[in-house]
Design a protein around this ligand. Structure first.
Ligand code: NAP
Ligand code: ZN
Ligand code: ZN
Length: 346
């Protein structure tokens, strides 16, 4: 086994602390990656606090990983030692079901193996990217362009693909009015990506202080969702809404903003299920949909697209011993717009 170190939540709601553990030996199809940066996703907080249930502790969170390949197994063909590589939200899947065969491993019938807070095929818990290294099958590893700053690339592995995938699936772009609800890690990537596809983008936010940032990110309109007049003026105008809200809220507050046949895609996962009034869907044949990260093929496509279009996340780089404070700040919507851990600080 390979000795590794990182930061772990020992139990739900207990601050993260230094943690030593082991990675598996590099198998024939594995690559070993020295982690340089890992983004901090709100899903890390949900899971470290066991808000979705079934969390496995101790938990080393982190699924927005970029680093350098330090070793490759003898059957590896896609990566070389010294190359920059990325790892996202999952590290394995059944590889045989129709979803896996279609490159949609995130929807695997058997269940993807999550990068952390999951169990590998031997039943061992998986540990994520708040750590110095990781061993991953090459088929679940991404190529990273050297063109872009790596700290800003790390969040693409979750926040980037989670917003890119619905934009592509629903064909959001030129001629569409797209609302992005919640300007956090996912939200700011949704704005950049939807704008890059030619959509007219409205940010819908609880934080009036984010207006100037929204415009800088490329958004065309900004609506303060706690201002009833602004919400009324927006009613019936949007083709799509990408809902990234992490906390309890009402879907009924946002559905009326959609026009005829408009779709609200949920990517945010509030801890408890909100209600939906049937009339909010029926009256204008609206649709409520959801989307989960993206498959390996689409994640690579997104990384290549971002390299080509110079798209990275706006990041605040932190040392790993700042992680508990970073969580508290995210819970107060105080992140501009993704914390990324510099693993040299470990
Ligand atoms: P984040 O950076 O903390 O951003 C969430 C944003 O939601 C906040 O910045 C805030 O934006 C808004 N918000 C927070 N509390 C709110 C409330 N009570 N009412 C209305 N708006 C509120 O989080 P993130 O990392 O982007 O993740 C967002 C959600 O997506 C999380 O639930 C996460 O678990 C989930 N997620 C899902 C997937 C997937 O595959 N579907 C992947 C990754 C993450 P404003 O200040 O602009 O209001
Ligand atoms: Zn995530
Ligand atoms: Zn499968």
């Amino acid at each position: 086994m390979i000795p590794a170190k990182g930061y772990a939540a020992p139990q739900a709601n207990i601050p993260l602390e230094p943690f030593k553990f082991e990675r598996r030996e590099v198998g024939p199809h594995d690559v070993q990656i020295e982690i340089l940066y890992c983004g901090v996703c709100h899903s890390d907080i949900h899971q470290a606090r066991d808000e979705w249930g079934g969390s496995i502790f101790p938990m080393v969170p982190g699924h927005e990983i970029v680093g350098t390949i330090t070793k490759v197994g003898d059957q590896v063909t896609k990566f070389k030692v010294g190359e920059t590589a990325g790892v996202g939200c999952f590290v394995d899947s059944c590889r045989h079901c129709s979803s896996c065969l279609a490159g949609l491993e995130q929807y695997c019938d058997v269940g993807m193996v999550a990068t952390y807070n999951g169990r590998d095929k031997e039943g061992n818990p998986t540990y994520g990217g708040y750590s110095n290294q990781v061993v991953v099958d090459e088929n679940y590893t991404l190529h990273i362009s050297e063109k872009l700053p790596l700290a800003g690339v790390a969040p693409l592995l979750c926040a980037g693909i989670t917003t890119y995938s619905p934009i592509m699936e629903w064909g959001m772009g030129k001629g569409h009015k797209v609302g992005v609800v919640g300007l956090g890690g996912l939200g700011h990537m949704a704005v950049k990506l939807a704008v890059s596809k030619g959509a007219e983008v409205t940010v819908l936010s609880t934080s009036p202080s984010k207006k100037a940032d929204a415009e800088r990110l490329g958004a065309h309109h900004f609506v303060v969702t706690r201002d009833a007049d602004q919400m009324t003026a927006t009613a019936g105008t949007l083709d799509f809404i990408i809902n990234t809200i992490s906390a309890q809220h009402e879907y009924n507050d946002y559905l009326p903003l959609l026009k005829l046949d408009g779709t609200m895609v949920l990517v945010g996962v509030p801890p408890a299920a909100p209600s939906v009034a049937a009339f909010n869907l029926i009256m204008k044949r609206r649709r409520l949909a959801g989307s989960l990260i993206g498959g390996i093929k689409e994640t690579q496509e997104m990384l290549d697209y971002c390299a080509e279009h110079n798209i990275v996340s706006d990041v605040e780089v932190i040392n790993i011993d700042y992680i508990n404070e970073a969580y508290e700040r995210m819970l107060k919507n105080d992140v501009r717009y993704r914390f990324v851990i510099d693993m040299a600080s470990l």
